[in-house]
Design a protein around this ligand. Structure first.
Ligand SMILES: [Zn+2]
Length: 90
């Protein structure tokens, strides 16, 4: 058995719009330190899943982690926002 050097997965626990940052951000529970870190998710939620993947940890962990979205939070936000806009137009 060899020692693993693969960065661990860090599933999203939130995909949230920030008015202050004028952009989306992704929240994860850090697999290394168990604190919550956030990473930029860009200005456009459609296609934001391309921003998943390896990130440098916001703590001292040298491996970083891989942002994943197994619960489909990005897709759920896309659906929610799309529905709200459709309601506003009706
Ligand atoms: Zn951390």
């Amino acid at each position: 058995m060899s020692a693993t050097t693969e960065p661990p997965a860090a599933p999203l626990v939130g995909a949230t719009w920030s008015e202050d940052r004028r952009g989306w951000y992704f929240a994860i529970e850090c697999p290394a330190c168990r604190r919550r870190h956030t990473h930029g998710g860009g200005r456009h939620l459609l296609g934001a899943d391309r921003l998943l993947g390896h990130r440098v940890a916001h703590c001292a962990d040298p491996l970083g982690y891989v942002l994943t979205d197994p619960a489909g939070l990005i897709e759920a936000e896309v659906r929610r926002v799309t529905t709200e806009r459709a309601d506003a137009l009706a």
